[in-house]
Design a protein around this ligand. Structure first.
Ligand SMILES: *Cc1c(COP(=O)(O)O)cnc(C)c1O
Length: 374
């Protein structure tokens, strides 16, 4: 069995260090928003090249509190994509705003920047691009549109920590960038964790208050906040792992290049493309194939842990039925939902395993073709 991700193998490289740090936290008596959180906020801000980092309980909370900090709520519209994890639009729903969907560019799976302006209305407050699969969005165009229309930009960089657009880390272009440390993310902790980053002192302070019951001073509450604090154990783990993230991302890129090589003469398998001047970090290595569902099933039977991210676009999910959106609204999103398949990808995967994945996939694509034509 070759899994899509193998967290145990990563643990083998960082485990000793992690155990030492975690034990120290356990013995310290300080468990929430202590010295590790503070140190991690400084270290990750430096890594990303941004002034302020606010640790939170999850990536979902980062998106939620980013919207809150920008006073986006009922009656407001936020432009985003339907080809993403549900948390992106869930956060918009939590604050009472309305997601307005733009189709994707089928080459990058990210927001089609040419369609954004046609969706802007007097109610639009922000653009919320998602750097899906670790692939940077076209930030020059997005920032230019936002500037001309006086809109905020919140980046969902939950899958893209360390990815770069023109030499600058994604998540640092807009007003606020959101990251997740869910265990399977490129920088994952051993529980839940999240982060919001901003160059604005004002937005930093608002998010610091919102994450801790809406008050900057303990027991003085200015507004309704939430409880979204990172705990010291997770912060200590993240501090250890942050030292490895560049190396892990680099390895993922090497594995992506190797997959590309293995599939280069296979006409039925479309390999991922990269936008010029970007550093994609391959949170997922996602190919497009015909007869995807059948191939997926065959792969599972043959011990390859491939996954479909995501099988149903968000505009067609029950959760957004209240928007009354119909199939056909986002042709590229809907089409790609039926083609995409993500293959095993993690820093520790071996070339031998990648060869097995590639050979099995090529075989399954052929098998599915014959099965379906008879
Ligand atoms: C993981 C993820 C989130 C949510 O992060 P959590 O930490 O799981 O709450 C949001 N958006 C995208 C694109 C993600 O992949």
């Amino acid at each position: 069995m070759i899994p899509i991700i193998d967290s145990k193998r990563q643990y083998a490289t960082v485990g000793t260090e992690v155990e030492k740090e975690v034990l120290e936290v356990l013995r310290s008596g300080s468990y929430i928003l202590g010295k590790n959180c503070k140190a991690f906020e400084e270290e990750v801000a430096e890594f990303l090249g941004v002034k302020n980092a606010v640790t939170l309980n999850s990536g979902t909370d980062a998106l939620h509190l980013a919207l809150r900090a920008l006073d986006i709520g009922a009656g407001d519209e936020v432009i985003t994509v339907a080809f993403t994890f549900v948390a992106t639009t869930e956060a918009i729903g939590i604050v009472g705003a309305k997601p307005v969907f733009v189709d994707i560019d089928p080459d990058t799976f990210n927001i089609d920047v040419n369609e954004i302006e046609s969706k802007i209305t007097p109610k639009t407050k922000a653009i919320l691009p998602v750097h899906l699969y670790g692939q940077p969005c076209n930030m020059d165009v997005i920032m230019d549109i936002a500037k001309r229309h006086n809109l905020f930009v919140i980046e969902d960089a939950c899958q893209a920590i360390g990815a770069e657009y023109k030499g600058k880390k994604v998540g640092t272009f807009g007003d606020i960038g959101c990251f997740s440390f869910y265990p399977t993310k490129n920088l994952g902790t051993m529980g839940d964790g999240g982060l919001a980053v901003t160059n604005s002192e004002f937005l930093k302070n608002r998010m610091i208050a919102l994450r801790n019951h809406g008050g900057a001073i303990r027991y003085y509450h200015d507004e309704i906040g939430i409880n979204s604090r990172l705990d010291e154990i997770q912060a200590a783990i993240l501090r250890v792992k942050l030292k490895y993230i560049n190396d892990w991302n680099k390895k993922r890129r090497e594995h992506a290049a190797f997959y590309n090589e293995l599939f280069k003469d296979v006409k039925d398998i479309e390999t991922p493309k990269e936008l010029d001047n970007t550093y994609c970090i391959y949170h997922q290595y996602t190919v497009k194939i015909p007869n995807r569902d059948e191939v997926h099933k065959l792969l599972q039977e043959n011990g390859i842990g491939a996954m479909i991210y995501y099988p149903v676009p968000l505009h067609l999910q029950k959760v957004h039925a209240y928007l009354g959106l119909k199939e056909g609204l986002l042709p590229n999103t809907e089409k790609n939902t039926k083609l995409v398949l993500s293959l095993p990808m993690f820093a520790e995967i071996t070339q031998e395993e990648q060869r097995t994945v590639a050979q099995t996939l090529i075989k399954c694509v052929e098998l599915a073709k014959n099965k379906i034509s008879v």
